[in-house]
Write a new protein. Structure first.
Length: 178
């Protein structure tokens, strides 16, 4: 049960990401960064893709560390980034004749318009669970999506819909089937 709760909260806090490349997407003509979820040991899964038609060296900066890795043409690789440090920067060091070699910044901490003071999941019976949470702050949403997993491998998407807009300081309870 603790593992299910940990994975649920992890996905809630870091499951979505927002790019920081001068207001553009998390990519340019040379390289692309996407978020691939969070591991149970609090590491963000990041997928980096070389969008060029040649092999290139790509420079990574995260947690005040720098690394360079060679990527074959049109190749992706997966990395685990330590949280809570939110910012990751990548830059291709080579190009295939004119591709953009600028930095692409990716911030994984701008995740939710809803912040929770706490979030609890309690098994009632069989597959029925009670979810209880207290809202710390909100952008007045009427619903939000969560991903829940019992085993850390298989996830179920659950939409929690409220009758009224979410209110800060309010405690909510609902039941879900897992």
């Amino acid at each position: 049960m603790k593992k299910t709760l940990l994975l649920l909260i992890t996905v809630l806090l870091f499951g979505q990401a927002r790019s920081q490349n001068g207001g553009q997407n998390g990519e340019n003509e040379s390289v692309k960064i996407t978020a691939g979820g969070v591991t149970s040991d609090w590491k963000q899964i990041i997928v980096v893709t070389n969008k060029q038609n040649c092999s290139v060296d790509i420079r990574f900066e995260h947690n005040d560390r720098t690394a360079i890795k060679n990527f074959p043409a049109l190749h992706s690789d997966t990395f685990h980034v330590t949280l809570p440090n939110c910012s990751l920067r990548v830059k291709p060091l080579d190009n295939c004749g004119g591709a953009n070699m600028g930095w692409v910044e990716f911030n994984v901490c701008f995740a939710l318009p809803v912040k929770f003071e706490y979030f609890k999941v309690r098994k009632i019976s069989g597959t029925l669970h009670e979810v209880e949470f207290k809202i710390q702050s909100s952008s007045k949403e009427k619903y939000f999506n969560i991903q829940v997993s019992k085993d850390g491998i298989n996830y179920k998407n659950v939409t929690i819909i409220l009758a009224d807009q979410i209110q800060a300081g309010q405690i909510y309870k609902t039941k879900i089937n897992l």
